[in-house]
Structure formats: C-alpha cells, structure tokens
Design a protein around this ligand. Structure first.
Ligand code: CIR
Length: 265
C-alpha cells in the first residue's frame, strides 16, 4: 500500500476525561497538543498531505480518529465505535469523506454492529499476500467484524481475512502491528489464535509492549520514543533517517498509540 494522505483530529482539553485502562495519571493537554503537532509534522515530512478535522470538545477520545473509519481502495467504512461515549465521533469523519469524494463505496455500521479501527490490521506478508486481521474483543463484535470482512473482500477478493477473537489488550493493534512488509511486532500479553505463518514475528519484552503499536508509512516508520528493543528492531529494517521516534506519553495515559492518531490512505 502506498499512502499519500492522512486525516487527523487534534486533541481537545476534554481529553483529560478520555477512556482509559491505564494507571499513568491524567494527560497534560498542552503537552498532548505539542506531541500531536510533532506527529503531524512528521507525517508531512514523510510526504503525506494531512487534513485536520476540527477538534470537538464533546468527545474526549476524538483524537484517536483511526477508530472511526477504515479506508481501503474505494471503500470508506464508517464504524460504530464499541464505546458508547465515542459513537458521535464518526459524524465529522463521514462528512469529510462524503464531501471529498461522494463516489467512493460507503458502508456505515448500524444497529448492533460495532467495530473500532484499532482492531483492524491490514498488512503484507512475506509471500506478498495482503492480510487483514480483524480483532473481535472489547470494542468490536462479530457482527461488525463480519460486515467489514465482506466489504473488504468486495474490494479485493484476494485478501486473506482472519477474524481473531483476542484478549489481554484493549485493541488488537495495541498488541500487533507490522513494522516492515512480512514482519510483525507482538506484545506478550496479547492472547489470540491466528495464522501468522506468512510473517516473521518479534515478540517484545513486557516492559515494551506499548511499543508494539508502530506505523509504517511507505519507506518510513514511526515508533514511540523510549523503547530500546523496538528501536533496535526498527534499525534492522530501516536507515536512521527513516525511523521517527515520537514522544507519546500523554496519549499513552488514555490507551492511545501511534496508529490511532491518523487515518492513512
Ligand atoms: C479509548 O479507550 O477508546 C481511547 N481512550 C483510546 C483509543 C485508542 N485507539 C486505538 O488504539 N485505535
């Protein structure tokens, strides 16, 4: 996949009330804003065109825009986030894509179908096959996962899609991400049965499980700053100028990682 654009949404002061499973204290809003700016600047430096949706103080978790939609080829799949307090976040994202290109294939989750984008990993294996892992867990149910699988296969029947019931983490991508084509990082707490035979898997030490959430953008990779094992693994695949280590301390306090802060296409 070659990315050219990203959609982001800056944090708002209400982020201090964001949902969390962590015990790391309350985010400092001004610092979060600085960290978000650095994230956006990095995406631009890599060459993406970045559009920022307006911040909306009604939604403390809206900066985690990844959870609201899946973009793949012509598909714009608007989710219903699993957490009730987050459901209103999708409106602005739906509106943006509808205005930008109404000819895309839109699918909107409804009724009892729930899915967070953080549960959806799309990446290439060693064979060149594109794999999709859809985690079924706290935020994504089977109905939402089935709807996404059908919509993705409609775009590309050659995708290898696996529905993955999992535990141990909030989102599937809290504990499993590609760091390079055919190479995955896995957090040791992630408990999930899935076929990873098309990948080399690096299982991280428990102290670095947060850093299993990294983002590959074309020839570059974003990693969270402060995780030496992950930095070392990244250096096996990328030259130093292609590795961007970003401070994520304030987002980590409310379970946010690097993937959550943008929708890339
Ligand atoms: C939440 O609990 O929904 C937010 N505080 C964090 C969402 C992180 N999103 C993601 O990993 N995709």
């Amino acid at each position: 996949m070659h990315f050219t654009h990203a959609l982001v949404r800056p944090p708002t002061p209400s982020m201090i009330d964001g949902l969390t499973t962590q015990n790391l204290g309350v985010p400092v809003f001004d610092l979060a804003l600085q960290q978000h700016r650095a994230y956006v600047e990095t995406l631009k430096k890599i060459g993406l065109r970045v559009h920022e949706l307006g911040a909306d103080d009604r939604y403390p978790d809206a900066c985690f825009i990844e959870d609201t939609a899946i973009r793949y080829k012509e598909l714009v799949f608007i989710t219903q986030p699993g957490a009730e307090s987050r459901r209103g976040e999708t409106g602005a994202v739906d509106e943006w894509y509808s205005e930008t290109d109404p000819t895309m294939d839109f699918v909107n989750l409804t009724g009892d179908e729930y899915l967070d984008g953080g549960d959806v990993l799309i990446c290439d294996g060693l064979s060149g096959t594109t794999h999709v892992f859809i985690g079924v867990g706290q935020r994504t149910n089977l109905a939402g996962a089935n709807r996404l699988r059908d919509a993705l296969l409609n775009q590309n029947a050659d995708l290898r899609v696996q529905l993955v019931p999992f535990g141990g983490m909030l989102h599937l991508k809290s504990g499993l991400n590609d760091i390079f084509p055919g190479v995955l990082l896995r957090a040791p707490e992630l408990s999930a049965e899935m076929d990873l035979s098309d990948f080399t898997v690096h299982t991280l030490p428990a102290a670095e499980s947060y850093a299993a959430n990294v983002v590959v953008i074309n020839d570059d990779v974003l990693i969270p700053a402060g995780y030496p094992t992950v930095a070392h693994i990244a250096a096996q695949y990328y030259s130093a100028e292609r590795i961007h280590a970003l401070d994520m301390s304030e987002f980590a306090k409310i379970d946010g990682g690097l993937t959550c802060l943008s929708l890339r296409e």
